[in-house]
Design a protein around this ligand. Structure first.
Ligand code: SF4
Length: 382
């Protein structure tokens, strides 16, 4: 078995070069070819000696995930399904905006946390992705988009770890992937343009603060433990007070940052005026200790197995007003890519059978969905 170079951060690449009897600076050259220029074979690396290229060709490879399909929304959002083997697929979503291009990346096939409002959570957990599988999503999307949009320069300016999976339950593979994203010889993204979203794995929040304090988003969804434990089962292990204390500690590693709290608006469940007032009280208590936060209110994307309903917009706006009047920065998230099920909590939601690409995909293969540009690929020629 040869080594996939997408599995390495720069330090790992340097160690690999040493194993080959090469100087560590070769790692920088390799990194630039792979991540900045999108090279997928060693013949392209013309500033490396021929003997080294030949050595690399027998000991290493650069292999991205296999694309199952690409869907393009009418609003410009693009969703890819990638095959990760054993009948599992993961999703990656590109969301273009006027001033940025954001890529939403998966960290696991499925998820073990089991949040009630999340389609991925209902599928259960298959396995952790490797570093190479996490970074492949960025490598593939960036170089695909440059060609697709006819751009010579960087297209993806922001990465959010908000796809399938709980990233902090796959920490050992996540950390090198984050380092590749931030590395100047890799994607050169600033710390604030890479966001890890967690349902609240408290010990790992502290580790991330020490190792790589990127922007942090926390799925809160409720103002008190009884309700949050019902919506986010991990809350039974790490209740709200512990979670918010960890967020406050995180800010000492990233002093000028906000913690973003995600709040999925569920009709009649967590969207009532008393919930907004309880949230204000909760945040006041932790603000005294130095917690700075902003809230992102997310319209729920219904799926049949949830038994939950999206909040009505007047309730969402009234909720937002209560937070804003208390001085809490609050935004209501626009839904993007609704027509291709690319919205939050819907990633790979239709791929539940684990044995193939699911009924929805089968329907798409037959061209049954109108109004959406769907490209289904059987080869990795996307
Ligand atoms: S919301 Fe996130 S943590 Fe919760 S089940 Fe879904 S993917 Fe897992």
């Amino acid at each position: 078995m040869t080594t996939n170079l997408l599995d390495f951060d720069l330090e790992g690449m340097a160690a690999f070069c040493e194993q080959l009897g090469q100087k560590r600076f070769r790692a920088t050259q390799l990194f630039r070819w792979i991540h900045q220029k999108g090279a997928s074979n060693f013949e392209q690396m013309t500033d490396l000696a021929k003997a080294l290229r030949e050595k690399l060709a027998v000991s290493a490879h650069i292999t991205s995930l296999k694309v199952v399909s690409r869907h393009e929304s009418t609003d410009g959002t693009i969703k890819w399904l990638f095959d990760v083997g054993a009948g599992d697929v993961i999703e990656t979503v590109f969301i273009p905006e006027s001033d940025r291009g954001t890529l939403c990346i998966s960290s696991q096939a499925g998820c073990a946390v089991g949040c009630r409002f999340c389609s991925t959570g209902h599928q259960g957990f298959s396995r952790n992705l490797t570093t190479g599988e996490i970074i492949s999503q960025l490598w593939f999307a960036e170089h695909f988009l440059r060609k697709h949009l006819g751009k010579g320069e960087r297209v993806i300016s922001n990465v959010v770890m908000m796809g399938m999976g709980e990233p902090l339950q796959n920490y050992s593979q996540l950390l090198p992937a984050l380092k590749v994203m931030l590395d100047d010889h890799g994607y050169g993204l600033s710390r604030r343009r890479v966001t890890v979203s967690t349902s609240g794995v408290v010990p790992m929040i502290d580790r991330l603060a020490r190792d790589c304090p990127v922007a942090l988003a926390v799925s809160l969804h409720a103002p008190h433990d009884a309700l949050r434990s019902d919506l986010v089962p991990l809350n039974k292990k790490y209740p709200i007070a512990e979670l918010l204390e960890a967020c406050t500690r995180y800010q000492s590693a990233a002093p000028r940052d906000f913690i973003t709290f995600e709040y999925c608006m569920l009709d009649g469940v967590n969207d009532q005026p008393e919930h907004a007032r309880q949230l204000v009280e909760l945040m006041k208590i932790h603000a005294v200790n130095g917690l700075s936060c902003k809230f992102n209110l997310i319209p729920f994307n219904p799926f049949p197995a949830s038994g939950l309903v999206r909040s009505q917009m007047p309730h969402v706006l009234a909720f937002a007003r209560t937070l804003l009047e208390a001085g809490i920065v609050t935004t209501v998230r626009k839904t993007r890519g609704d027509d291709i099920d690319a919205a939050c909590g819907q990633l790979a939601g239709d791929v539940q059978d684990r044995t193939g690409v699911g009924q929805r995909m089968a329907a798409q293969r037959q061209g049954m969905l109108a109004g959406i540009k769907v490209v289904v690929l059987d080869k990795d020629a996307a």
